[in-house]
Design a protein around this ligand. Structure first.
Ligand code: SIN
Length: 305
């Protein structure tokens, strides 16, 4: 075991770095430029029961220190993911992968999880109840503690694999939602998804994003993510995957001190496709800088007061 190893819901990772869903495709796209087996794992593109074309264009807006997206869960649907995407993925990634799943009803989440459950490459399910870009399902479910728990329970019933639920920051009380998911059988919590944001074109006076609003991510959201990871990690007994604006090995150490067992990297992959590889390479030097022997020592290690 090296000094970067962590264990996430019973599965060992070579390091805590996990490219976040929606920023890393099915991995093979990035395998063209580097060996993605250096990653802890990655969370693949959010998958729904039916194929989805996503939201109308434009669906990206630039912001200072971040970006807004309104992709709208574009994906080929679970059956094409199984027949076309996973075979390409497994040619270049040889570790357990995280399956990010979405739905528009409790039954759809269960359907997608059940369809994917037999795929041997899938180590964990990441149940996304936090997409801000759809008008049904997504964050509509994730902003309600009972509805989130219903989804967790339904997925839990169709798989023995670890179920990690991905939560939205666009809520008043993140802790009660996280606890309710834990009570419903979640093996882990990942957070944060994007913050709901909006830009306006001053010439046309119209929203920049066709869907009006979208999810804001990037370095600007990092302090919000650290705060929410801290709150949730100190309230639940299951591991937390911390994400939101992480773009350096320094950020990884901070996120783990807040309570994260593993760390998602999202928007940074869109700025620099080598971001995760660079973060992994930089981690030993940053651990040395802070006199940290083994990365596991720092999980939840923030001192209060
Ligand atoms: C999207 O596809 O709209 C992004 C997914 C998400 O934010 O959960």
């Amino acid at each position: 075991m090296g000094r970067l190893n962590v264990t996430l819901c019973g599965i060992e990772l070579d390091n805590p770095i996990i490219p976040a869903s929606g920023t890393f495709g099915f991995g093979y796209e990035f395998a063209e430029i580097y060996d993605i087996n250096c990653l802890g794992t990655f969370s693949f593109k959010g998958t729904t029961k039916e194929p989805r074309l996503g939201n109308p264009l434009p669906r990206v807006a630039e912001c200072a220190s971040g970006m807004i997206n309104s992709v709208g869960l574009q994906n080929p649907g679970v059956h094409k993911v199984i027949s076309d995407e996973l075979p390409k993925m497994r040619k270049c990634f040889h570790k357990p992968v995280m399956a990010n799943i979405s739905g528009f009803s409790v039954d759809e989440y269960a359907y997608v999880a059940s369809a994917l459950d037999g795929e041997p490459d899938i180590g964990w399910f990441e149940v996304n109840v936090s997409c801000p870009n759809v008008h049904k399902g997504g964050a509509v479910i994730g902003s309600d503690a009972c509805a989130s728990a219903d989804v967790v329970r339904a997925v839990r019933a169709v798989t023995k694999k670890p179920v990690i639920v991905k939560l939205s920051p666009n809520v008043t009380d993140i802790v009660s939602i996280a606890k309710s998911c834990e009570d419903a059988g979640a093996d882990g919590i990942s957070l944060i998804n994007t913050l709901l944001g909006m830009r306006i074109d001053k010439r046309t006076r119209r929203p920049v994003i066709a869907n009006v609003m979208g999810g804001f991510s990037g370095p600007a959201v990092f302090p919000v993510a650290v705060r929410m990871v801290y709150q949730v990690a100190h309230a639940v007994g299951v591991p937390v995957v911390g994400m939101g604006g992480v773009s350096s090995a320094e950020d990884v150490v901070e996120m783990m001190l807040a309570g994260a067992t593993a760390v998602g990297v999202g928007a940074a992959n869109l700025v620099d496709p080598y971001a995760c590889k660079n973060i992994i390479n930089d981690l030993p030097g940053v651990l040395d800088k802070y006199k940290i022997g083994d990365i596991k020592e720092i999980i939840g290690g923030v001192k209060n007061g």
